[in-house]
Ligand binder design. Structure first.
Ligand code: F6R
Length: 623
């Protein structure tokens, strides 16, 4: 987590850095800081704890710091509590860490990632006379660079390379050396980092939105590579210190998509962009009424070789995996296992010839998912990645990539990327089924047609959100909620419940409806809200009976059904929501929308920071 930015050019750096950090705040928001140099002068370092706004106010939006070269950081604490001393930038000198004013250190740096052997490195540095003012691994990293830099009197790149050889873990690192004005040095391993080339100015950032309004020309720096970034040139190096060239890429994202565009929160904007995200994902995979997987290398041969699928992901992306398990297994006879990446990576999982691994990730940088991908590849099985961020680590390392077309997702709680992932996985399942002869051509065309209608149905649900807004005001003071359903509906419960708890802080649980009576029902008491997701007609009555059992114990009931199969309105249910009819395999794509809105409005009613819920960060690049 954490977001880093850098700028060198002719403009004043501080405002550009703060603006970039604002775009990266979703990555971490417990403290922030910038370091700016004016020519050969020492870096001015300013740090604050709390949200970025505190830093903006302290620097008068950057106006009280002068200089055209600088680096910045917004933090999600790993080592050390959120505080000014632990905030980045960190310096090689013995600064008290209050983060105000010029520093005399030879090296100043910001870091995203985690250094696993920091304790051992710190002990080594202490034995060499270094002292530490913070609890962070980053201070250790910056001082290690300084140690090599001064000990061997070698240049910045060699000092960085020696550090990369010694440091274990993950990092995207940006450094300024006092002896090298108007230059920023960068290095990376397993944490995201892009370098942007403008006209007489250069940028670096953890993610595209931070630089999108300045340039679309970027370089994706790879593991164990470093860079020297100057206003007019960017030079890349390998671990031996030899110069290398990296291909320039162009970012296709629309710069407006990284702005709030009149919506009160990014989450609400992204909820409204779901029709577009699903439509674009569909359009990227379907032409002339046929799904084209061969363009990402998934030829008939590859599909024929699949005898068993492992879907691996984290959080909401894992919920997409649960939904796709039901869909793939209902359309084929191929068994599907869905694994949490954080478990998969450490378990002994038999992977044989015929195993096909699918990893799903919005950011393409989630540490556990990346590790799971690597584990699968080490076992020699093919890996398909369903990813939103082009050029991300997961996209680069997978054998096959299906890009979701959600555009940049800023709000910490995923919505549009989730919906785009569902579409990509549905289309994959349909193509797999057809190409392996499980469904007829007629059925194949029917499914594609049904999928094509989803964007418009999503937009239709969004037009009627007032009722949900009203109802959410009635549940805002809840302390506990349950989401129950069976089959595909259970997979939607998982997502609805996570959305609710992560942004409203209301305790909530998703339960397979039939499981309630095996223990959990004892938690139901007067007024507990139970949301029953019942879009699958074959199990609707069974889930409804479980809801009635909850009602008998005092619960208030919300029923979420399809318009085709509503529950009878005889006063049992306190609130009923229905989504447009569709083939049932696609109903998760529709049923999730009201649940996102319910969580969103509940969070707003509780006066919470919807886009930046406490303790979370968007892209989880640490274990
Ligand atoms: C929840 C949410 C997270 C992510 C999870 C995986 O709203 O956004 O649970 O789904 O952290 O992230 P990615 O998809 O980037 O791998």
């Amino acid at each position: 987590m954490c977001g880093i930015v850098g700028y060198v050019g002719k403009k004043q750096a501080a405002g550009i850095l703060l603006d970039g950090l604002r775009k990266l705040e979703y990555r971490g928001y417990d403290s922030a800081g910038i370091a700016v140099r004016n020519g050969a002068e020492n870096a001015q370092v300013v740090k604050t704890s709390g949200k970025l706004q505190a830093l903006i106010e302290k620097t008068e939006n950057g106006r009280n710091i002068c200089g055209t070269c600088g680096i910045g950081h917004t933090r999600w604490a790993t080592h050390g509590v959120p505080s000014v001393a632990n905030a980045h930038p960190h310096v090689s000198g013995n600064c008290a860490g209050t983060g105000n004013g010029p520093v005399e250190s030879s090296v100043v740096g910001v870091h995203n990632g985690i250094i696993e052997n920091y304790a051992e490195l710190k002990a080594k540095l202490m034995s060499k006379g270094y002292s530490f003012y913070s609890e962070t691994d980053t201070e250790v990293l910056v001082k290690l660079v300084d140690y090599y830099y001064n000990k061997y009197r070698i240049g910045p790149i060699d000092a960085i390379n020696r550090t990369m050889v010694r440091a274990r873990g993950s990092y995207a690192l940006a450094l300024m050396f006092t002896d090298y004005p108007n230059q920023i040095y960068a290095a990376r391993k397993d944490s995201p980092l892009i370098i942007g080339k403008g006209d007489g100015e250069s940028f670096l950032a953890s993610d595209v939105p931070a630089i999108l309004k300045h340039t679309r020309r970027v370089y994706y720096i790879q593991n164990h590579q470093s860079a020297r970034i100057e206003a007019d040139s960017i030079t890349f190096f390998d671990l031996n210190g030899d110069e290398i060239s990296l291909p320039e890429a162009t970012i296709e994202w629309d710069s407006q998509s990284a702005e709030r565009g009149g919506y009160e929160h990014f989450m609400l904007k992204e909820i409204h962009e779901q029709g577009m995200a699903v439509r674009n994902t569909f359009a990227s995979m379907v032409r002339n009424q046929a799904i084209h997987l061969e363009e990402c290398g998934l030829t008939q041969n590859v599909l024929n070789g699949i005898s068993h699928i492992d879907v691996v992901a984290c959080g909401s992306a894992w919920h997409v995996g649960v939904t796709s398990q039901y869909v793939i297994e209902s359309l084929t006879d191929i068994p599907v296992r869905v694994e949490l990446a954080s478990e998969f990576r450490y378990r002994n999982i038999p992977m044989n010839k015929g195993t096909f691994v699918i990893v799903i990730s919005q950011s393409g940088e989630t540490a556990d998912t990346l590790a799971a991908l690597r584990k699968a590849k080490e076992s020699g099985v093919p890996v398909l990645a369903v990813v939103n961020v082009v050029g991300s680590s997961i996209a680069r390392e997978a054998d096959y990539v299906l890009y979701t077309m959600a555009g940049p997702e800023i709000s910490v709680a995923t919505t549009k990327a989730y919906s785009a992932q569902l579409m990509a996985m549905d289309l994959f399942a349909i193509q797999l089924s057809y190409s392996r002869g499980f469904i007829t051509e007629e059925k194949y065309k029917y499914y594609i047609e049904e999928a094509s209608r989803l964007p418009q149905k999503i937009e239709q649900i969004l037009k009627n959100k007032e009722k949900l807004q009203w109802f959410s005001s009635r549940i805002s003071s809840q302390t506990s909620m349950f989401f129950i359903g069976r089959g595909l509906d259970y997979s939607i419960c998982l997502e609805g419940s996570l959305k609710m708890k992560e942004i409203s802080y209301i305790h909530s649980e998703a339960y397979a409806a039939g499981e309630l009576k095996h223990g959990t029902i004892s938690l139901i008491e007067d007024g507990t809200v139970v949301v029953g997701v019942m879009t699958e007609s074959s199990v609707l009555e069974k889930t409804f009976s479980n809801m009635i059992e909850c009602k008998a114990r005092g619960a208030r009931l919300i029923a979420l059904t399809s318009e085709e199969h509503p529950v009878s309105d005889d006063g049992e249910v306190d609130f009923q929501i229905s989504v447009p009819a569709s083939d049932e395999i696609f109903l998760p794509s529709l049923a999730v929308i009201p649940l996102q809105l319910l969580s969103y409005y509940t969070s707003v009613n509780r006066g919470l920071d919807v886009d930046k819920p406490r303790n979370l960060a968007k892209s989880v690049t640490v274990e």
